[in-house]
Design a protein around this ligand. Sequence first.
Ligand code: TYM
Length: 336
Amino acid sequence: MSNNKKNVLSAIQPTGDIHLGNYLGAVKNWVRLQEMYNCTYGVVDYHAMTMPYKAKNLRENTWKMIFQLLACGVKAENLFIQSMIPEHAELCWILGNVCSYGELSRMTQFKDKTSQLKDTDKDAFISSGLFYYPVMQAADILIYHADFVPVGKDQEQHLELSRNIAQRFNHQFGKEYFTHPEPLYTESAKIMSLANPEKKMSKSLGEKHYVNIFGDEARIRKQVKSAVTDTGDSNGEMSTGVANLFALLKATGREAAHASLSIDFTEGNLKYSDLKHELAEGLVAMCQPIKERYTEINNNKKEYKNQIKQSSAEIRKVAAQTLREVKELTGIMNAK
Ligand code: TYM
């Protein structure tokens, strides 16, 4: 990180396959930004412990996420696995002391996830890890002095908290030490579920709510075909469901089809089947090369695992340097 380029940091939880929301809201942008910035991207397995999970699946899911990110075009040298860099957890502890209980209590994602758990079981166990999670996210970001954080809109509040933490730390320890990270959004920063366009596309809603970009072609076509269009709020206005399909179509790069179908809509002639057909074609074409690369990567897993162990060790050097400086500033002992 010795050049003049700005720093970019982002991360994803290893909770299964990359879905269309992850890809179009974040990962596609991660790939693009690699040309312009110092980019560091993490698979955050510590974060994945905050919701119920099976230990026997976590390691496998972590590698799977790494392979899928590589297939999307993220460079191995920019990728790390969070648990291979324990400094994140140490910085998290330190930052927790410049973050108030009240701030964490206002995090809407904590409230959403809590109510999701309680919907399935009213006595569900809510871990304090889930509550503390945004501090860990701030540590992930600040440890690399990130200027920019490419994420979906759902992370907006967490980003704001990271900035507040940076500001409070700098104020309390009397030095403009941490950078104030800014979010970077794509045009499709909030992709909605095809089955319920009132809700954000997410794995936790269940299978039919997310499009797995590594899923088979027939499934993608079927999901698009059965996407909910009218949700009763039309009145000449574009419904949320249709707007979502248009946003997706644009994001697949089918500009011409998007333009002509938009005219059909304005003129009151839009056939949903045409929109869905174009979208299905666009998605299948977009996913095809990614899936091909994924197959290749899966045939060389060992080599890629070694590369990621190495890149995590390199990236760790940056994190360790930050932590040393933070310990100096905060009066905590450094081992050497
Ligand atoms: P996660 O793993 O839920 O999602 C990874 C990325 O995908 C984006 N995303 C979406 N974008 C648009 N539409 C959607 N429907 C959609 N669903 C997900 C997310 O905004 C995210 O950018 N807390 C983070 C992980 C994290 C992190 C970090 C992110 C941990 N530390 C540091 C940035 C920086 C999360 O749970 O993302």
